[in-house]
Design a protein around this ligand. Structure first.
Ligand code: G3P
Ligand code: MG
Length: 233
């Protein structure tokens, strides 16, 4: 992963988790993207942040209740701005194909609905295996999903996502065999030295201020996730 990772693509300028946001991230100089993936009713993964379709499309209800074909008819651009009208929800496979063409590395964040962790992990590994030329790092707040990934594909690279560092974040990450820990910009761990000594890459979401990014890199953080990849050096 590069030290600047376009969060949900260049989501400050284009609708999040879309082809436009990914293409724009690359055009703005990003070499790595973060995207959110969630399962459809018919065994595919699509790029979408929320369980529900309501916020980021003209659909309603849950992503997991609809097939890829049904989801592909929705407009996931108009909610953001009129010029993105007609933007389609894309599959994880389409995203990886695009990433390969644009020479982007991909952090795919698994957003499994409750109970679908292993299903989601299995689909994610299958997609990554179909696009072996793309550097993929999986991440999740969901430890069950990450454990499933590691048990299906022990060599897969995973990052443990945490919003608030509890006492056991480091031991959990090490027990998982994680490569990285991704932490929330507004509640950083007090001390990351032991994590760095254990070769965990530490990354911070979401950082849209250049001075803050510089500070974090100086502290030893490897990367920041940003909605505006052109703002950070
Ligand atoms: O992966 C970093 C960040 O995206 C995690 O939070 O809610 O933006 O997916 P969220
Ligand atoms: Mg995310």
């Amino acid at each position: 992963m590069n030290r600047v990772i376009a969060h949900r693509g260049a989501s400050g300028y284009a609708p999040e988790n879309t082809e436009s946001a990914i293409r724009l991230a690359a055009a703005l100089g990003a070499r790595s993207i973060e995207i959110d993936i969630t399962p459809t009713a018919d065994g595919h993964l699509v790029l979408h942040h929320d369980d529900s379709l309501d916020r980021c499309s003209n659909g309603t209800g849950y992503v997991a209740d609809q097939t890829l074909a049904q989801l592909s008819t929705l407009d996931t651009g108009s909610w953001f701005a009129p010029e993105f009208a007609g933007e389609k929800i894309i599959s994880f496979d389409q995203c990886l194909q695009l990433a390969e063409a644009l020479d982007l590395s991909v952090n795919a964040e698994l957003k499994p609905p409750f109970g679908l962790e292993t299903h989601c992990a299995t689909l994610a590994i299958k997609s990554a295996n179909r696009h072996a030329n793309v550097e993929v790092l999986f991440s999740s707040f969901n430890l069950i999903a990450l454990q499933a990934l590691k048990s299906i594909a022990p060599a897969s690279r995973v990052a443990y996502l945490i919003e608030r560092p509890g006492q056991d974040w480091l031991s959990r990450a090490l027990a998982l065999g994680a490569d990285a820990v991704h932490v929330w910009n507004h509640d950083l761990p007090e001390d990351i030295s032991e994590a760095l000594q254990n070769n965990l890459a530490m990354r911070v979401f979401t950082v849209n201020d250049a001075a803050r990014a510089e500070f974090l890199w100086e502290q030893g953080y490897a990367s920041v996730f940003t909605d505006f990849p052109d703002r950070l050096g």
